[in-house]
Design a binder for this molecule. Structure first.
Ligand code: 5GP
Ligand code: ZN
Length: 112
């Protein structure tokens, strides 16, 4: 998707602070962190929103999910972490490329 900022990050056209990468996912620091640790986990495949994911993406989604604990621990989140997927305008999604937020650390905000 040519107008997708996360696809531009994947292409290297927009700089990002990479934390991890494999053949299916790219993980980088959120530019405007909401907690001490704030990572974004994105698929290399452009899927706009969780409600546009299909059965054919099941293995990719499972891989994203199962990567979260290792990624959190790599950032020192040994006692746990929060994951968020915002979906659509009703869910507060601002970037239309599926992403899982990993949040944690001493500055983790509560839900209001
Ligand atoms: P959403 O609200 O769509 O769930 O989350 C989008 C996230 O992307 C936000 O937390 C925002 O701070 C982050 N973000 C937006 N633009 C950029 C960018 O250019 N680089 C990085 N690293 N994060 C971004
Ligand atoms: Zn994209």
């Amino acid at each position: 998707m040519s107008d997708c900022i996360f696809c531009k990050i994947l292409a290297g056209d927009i700089p990002s602070t990479k934390v991890f990468e494999d053949d299916q996912i790219y993980v980088f620091k959120d530019l405007y962190p909401k907690a001490d640790v704030h990572l974004l986990v994105i698929p290399k495949l452009h899927i706009a929103r969780l409600d546009e994911a299909k059965t054919e993406h099941a293995d990719l989604l499972a891989h994203m999910m199962l990567s979260l604990p290792t990624l959190a621990k790599s950032q020192g989140l040994d006692t746990g972490f929060r994951t968020i997927i915002n979906t659509g305008p009703g869910g507060g999604q601002e970037v239309d490329h599926l992403h899982i937020h990993i949040l944690g650390g001493s500055n983790l905000p509560g839900f209001k």
